[in-house]
Structures are given as structure tokens and as C-alpha cells.
Design a protein around this ligand. Structure first.
Ligand SMILES: *[C@@H]1O[C@H](CO)[C@@H](O)[C@H](O)[C@H]1NC(C)=O
Ligand SMILES: *[C@@H]1O[C@H](CO)[C@@H](O)[C@H](O)[C@H]1NC(C)=O
Ligand SMILES: *[C@@H]1O[C@H](CO)[C@@H](O)[C@H](O)[C@H]1NC(C)=O
Ligand SMILES: *[C@@H]1O[C@H](CO)[C@@H](O)[C@H](O)[C@H]1NC(C)=O
Ligand SMILES: *[C@@H]1O[C@H](CO)[C@@H](O)[C@H](O)[C@H]1NC(C)=O
Length: 486
């Protein structure tokens, strides 16, 4: 393992655990809704393995001359003085449909930003915004004051360590849109990865100095799907063209949706062990619910009853941060409350909503240039249907490791929706040999958490195919790239 990136990732880990993510009920609903549909037989959601886009129509990648300069954000309204560049704007991913993704990019606040990696951040949902959560509540450089008008600095911002690119994805989320609104009902993992990849190709045309830069993809919650799927797509196209189109080095996923079976079991075990549901309910779940990803499994009435009980028991709880208070008063304040990054304000969603819906803010960020007919929302109300969502992404994670990419899975222990138990069960299911045993890591002399590294499968060997080398992968499951290339 190269020393430098390792330190960098350690830094990320510490930072991310200090800024425990918190989410509104809507995000809970987005993920809960998808899970319920996936568990039902006949929901029409394709749970089969992810298939990356094979051919990128050339007409989707455009010259971007002069567009970068237009995207410079001089100053966000109410922003404190900073010493890094910010950009915001749209990247068209499908001209004929009129589909464009919005991005917000903050360069590193570091004297050697030219040598620091580029990191793309995605939030989950599906349908939730990377601006809402990632940029404005978690790892971005600013937070919004309780007046909804001014910003303050986040001293744990990830842009101390990387150049960070927040993308609102897929179209229909946040400021991202499609002029062909029927696109919203065709959403799913496949189209999201496809558009994210085309976005990235175009964005790198717009910012060519990042083309060769070390690149990482990170995200949380349902982005546990998006991140590996985008990585997989990048890998496929790098191999197909025998060129490093994108210099992908690794991925980081936090409290990530990985595998339906282990995620679900881990969630119920977490709720039970944290005394958030009754013993009877926990018993009902164990006795009557099956979490296997079997396509035809039907939920029994008894299981449904137990799930309803859980919904009731956890309703007055921020399930994404079980010890956090709820927002009791959603009004903005005239005078900002004393802000604190360490002591999270549960009403933050409201401040961000107010801020990002301001006309002057949108103008400064080059957002909503087509005057959309809906408000900016943290989680989309436009995306109606989610067509495909594989029951597991473990084969992709294994494949990424087999191709020498670095995979960092982190998990905060106060999230009850995609909890640390789920993460541990998923890692166990991957059956990776342990390199270093669980051991604590420290921050200011206190235990910050536990850490373990597992041996990735780096035994990549080459075989000939039409003269081009391609990795022969060690697992039966992890062979889509080879199959895709044949
Ligand atoms: C590429 O996209 C253009 C414009 O949408 C379309 O006319 C053309 O048929 C596409 N080509 C392929 C090979 O799909
Ligand atoms: C969507 O339509 C508006 C209004 O016609 C247009 O200005 C905009 O460029 C279109 N968006 C894309 C991505 O083509
Ligand atoms: C909510 O907060 C606002 C602004 O601080 C205040 O004016 C209002 O009285 C509060 N409402 C309640 C019900 O506490
Ligand atoms: C875009 O602007 C229009 C007109 O000002 C506004 O009504 C709408 O809420 C905005 N939508 C978004 C997504 O920002
Ligand atoms: C692919 O790249 C390798 C290493 O640069 C080179 O040896 C090989 O000839 C290339 N193959 C093709 C098909 O371009």
C-alpha cells in the first residue's frame, strides 16, 4: 500500500466520523420505499446484476471550451472569505433529451492542491441531493446559519485533503433535470451510472487539468450502489479502450447499502440491540421474515405486521442518527443561532432548503438556469419509479479489488438505517482474508473507533484477447468485465 494515500484515507475516516450524517425523514422514506418494493414479489424492480453501459454515443461527449470560466462562483451570498476556488454549473449528459446534471466543485484549500486527488461525492436516497447532505451538512466547506441566509466554515471539510466534486444525481434530484420529464420515471441504478459516467467524461473535458489526476469516488447510504457501479463503468471503459480515460484509484463508501440480505438483517439486529424495538417485534421479524434475495419470496402477513410495528416504534426518532434530537421548530431565526459543526443542529435541513431556494444563491451558483417548475428539494419528489436495483453489489466490490483498486468501507455507529452491523455482515459475506485484525484508532488520545483491513484480491493476471490485456478475475461472480468485453 502506498503510504501517502493511506494517510489521506485515514484522515477522511476520522473526519467523516466526526461529522455524523443526519437526514430528514424524506431520505428515510426514499430508501424504505425502495426496500419495500424490492421485497414484494412482482414489483417489477430488476434485482439482477448491474450491467454497465457498453457504448457511449459520441454525441454525448462535447467540447467544453470556455465553459469552465463561466462556472466560476465568485462568492456565494453570505459566505465567509475563503482561499479556494469554487465552481458550479450544468453538464449536459443527453442533448436530445435535454438532460443535465448540476455540480458544485470546491478546489482543495491546500498549497499543493495540484497534487491532491479529485474526489467525486454522491448521496443516496435514491433521489437525495449531494448538495443537501454531502456539501452543506457533512463534508463540504460551508454550513448554513439558522437564518437561511449566511454561511459559516466547516473546519472538517474534506477539501483540506482533496478537490471535491459534488454531483446531484440522477436527473430530477436537486437542480439536476431533464427537459424530457418522462425520463424521471425511467430512473434506476443503470441509468444513474450511465449518466454519472457521461457527466464525468464531459466534466473532465471542462477541467482538463484533472484528467490525469488520481481519482476517488465516495458516497454514503444508497450511494453504496452508485459508487461501485460508476467505478465498474470506468474500469470497463479503461479496459475496452486500453487507455486510462479516468485515473480511478479507489472508492470510499460510508454506511452503505451493499447487500439486501445482510443490510436488512443488520438493521433489525441493530434496532433490537439498541433497545429501539420490543422483544416481541424482534422475535416476529426473526420468525416470520425472510431476508434472502430470492426473486419470488413473498412477505407474509406476520412479517408485515412486525415491520409495521417497527415503523411505529421508530417514528419519533432520527433513524440516521439515533441519539440526535428531532427538529422541533422549523422556522428560520432572524439572528443566527450560535453555529457549531460539532453539535449538529437537527433543523439544518430547513436552513439549507431556504438558502438554496433563494434566487440570488441560485444565480451565484449558476443553478436553475432554465427556471424549473418545482422547488429545490433535499430529496426528489419527481422520481416516480426506480427500475433496477441489484440485490447485492458484493461482486462489484470484489471485482474492483481484483483490479487493484482500493476500497474503503466506513460505518458510523449511530446510523440505524444502514447500521454498522449491516456493514459488518456484508464484509463478512465477502469472505476476505484478514490482513490486520480489528484494532482501535485514536483521536486526541481517545478511541475514535475500530479499524480492520482485509486483503483485497490483487492477483490480477492477464490473458490475451484480441491482443488487448484484460484482467482474468479470480471469482466466478466477479467476471462481468471480461464477459462485457467479449
Ligand atoms: C447517437 O445519438 C444521436 C443523437 O441522439 C442519434 O441520432 C444516433 O442515432 C446515436 N447513435 C448511436 C450509434 O446510437
Ligand atoms: C432544456 O430546455 C431549456 C428551454 O428550452 C433550454 O434552455 C435548455 O438548454 C435545455 N436543457 C438541456 C440540457 O438541453
Ligand atoms: C419557532 O422559532 C421562531 C424563531 O426563533 C420563534 O419566533 C417562534 O416563536 C418559535 N415557535 C415555537 C412554537 O416555539
Ligand atoms: C427555479 O426558479 C423558479 C423561478 O424562480 C422557482 O420557482 C423554482 O422553485 C426554482 N426551482 C429550483 C429547482 O430551484
Ligand atoms: C494496450 O496497451 C499496452 C500497454 O501500453 C500495449 O502494449 C498494447 O499493445 C495495447 N493494445 C492495444 C490493442 O492497443
Amino acid at each position: 500500500m502506498e503510504r501517502y494515500p493511506f494517510l489521506l484515507l485515514t484522515f477522511f475516516f476520522i473526519v467523516s466520523s466526526m461529522v455524523a450524517p443526519i437526514h430528514c425523514r424524506k431520505q428515510t422514506q426514499a430508501l424504505g420505499h425502495l426496500y419495500r418494493n424490492k421485497m414484494k414479489g412482482g414489483s417489477g424492480i430488476n434485482k439482477g446484476h448491474f450491467k454497465p453501459i457498453h457504448h457511449i454515443n459520441n454525441s454525448r461527449v462535447h467540447l467544453q471550451q470556455g465553459m469552465r470560466e463561466k462556472d466560476i462562483i465568485q462568492m456565494l451570498p453570505g459566505q465567509p472569505r475563503v482561499s479556494f476556488e469554487q465552481y458550479g454549473g450544468y453538464v449536459t449528459v443527453d442533448k436530445s433529451a435535454g438532460r443535465a446534471l448540476y455540480y458544485f466543485f470546491v478546489e482543495a484549500q491546500h498549497y499543493s492542491k495540484e497534487s491532491l486527488p479529485l474526489l467525486l461525492w454522491l448521496n443516496g436516497g435514491p433521489g437525495c441531493s449531494s448538495l443537501a447532505y454531502g456539501a452543506m451538512e457533512e463534508l463540504g466547506p460551508f454550513r448554513v446559519h439558522s437564518n437561511g441566509k449566511t454561511l459559516y466554515k466547516n473546519r472538517y471539510s474534506w477539501n483540506y485533503a482533496a478537490n471535491v466534486l459534488f454531483v446531484e444525481s440522477p436527473a430530477g434530484v436537486g437542480f439536476s433535470y431533464s427537459n424530457t420529464t418522462s425520463d424521471y420515471d425511467k430512473s434506476g441504478d443503470g441509468k444513474t451510472a450511465d449518466d454519472n459516467y457521461v457527466f464525468l467524461l464531459n466534466w473532465l473535458e471542462r477541467f482538463p487539468e484533472y484528467k490525469k489526476r488520481e481519482f476517488y469516488i465516495a458516497g454514503e447510504s444508497y450511494a453504496g450502489h452508485y459508487v461501485p457501479q460508476l467505478a465498474h463503468t470506468i474500469l470497463l471503459h479503461n479496459k475496452k479502450t486500453n487507455e486510462t480515460i479516468v485515473n480511478l484509484k479507489g472508492i470510499l463508501i460510508g454506511n452503505a447499502v451493499i447487500d439486501d440480505e445482510t443490510d436488512t438483517k443488520g438493521m433489525y439486529d441493530y434496532l433490537e440491540s439498541h433497545a429501539l424495538i420490543s422483544d416481541e417485534t424482534a422475535y416476529g421479524i426473526k420468525k416470520y421474515c425472510s431476508f434472502s434475495s430470492d426473486e419470488n419470496s413473498e412477505i407474509s402477513r406476520e412479517c408485515e405486521t412486525a415491520i409495521e410495528d417497527i415503523t411505529k416504534d421508530t417514528y419519533y426518532l432520527d433513524i440516521y442518527n439515533i441519539y440526535a434530537p428531532l427538529c422541533r421548530n422549523s422556522s428560520l431565526t432572524v439572528i443566527p443561532k450560535k453555529p457549531s459543526v460539532e453539535n449538529f443542529d437537527p433543523c439544518s435541513d430547513n436552513y439549507i432548503y431556504a438558502y438554496l431556494n433563494r434566487a440570488d444563491v441560485q444565480e451565484a451558483m449558476h443553478a436553475n438556469v432554465t427556471k424549473l417548475h418545482h422547488d429545490w428539494e433535499a430529496c426528489s419528489e419527481l422520481i416516480g419509479r426506480w427500475g433496477d436495483s441489484p440485490s447485492t453489489i458484493i461482486p462489484i466490490l470484489q471485482e474492483l479489488m481484483a483490479n487493484g483498486l482500493r476500497v474503503w468501507i466506513f460505518s458510523g455507529d449511530t446510523d440505524g438505517r444502514v447500521p454498522v452491523t449491516s456493514t459488518k455482515y456484508s464484509i463478512k459475506k465477502m469472505k476476505l482474508p484478514v490482513k490486520t485484525k480489528w484494532h482501535p484508532w485514536y483521536l486526541d488520545g481517545e478511541v475514535g473507533g475500530l479499524y480492520r483491513s482485509v486483503q483485497g484480491r490483487f492477483n490480477v493476471c492477464y490473458r490475451k484477447r484480441g491482443g488487448a490485456p484484460s484482467a482474468k478475475l479470480p471469482t466466478k461472480e466477479g467476471t462481468f468485465i471480461d464477459q462485457a468485453l467479449s
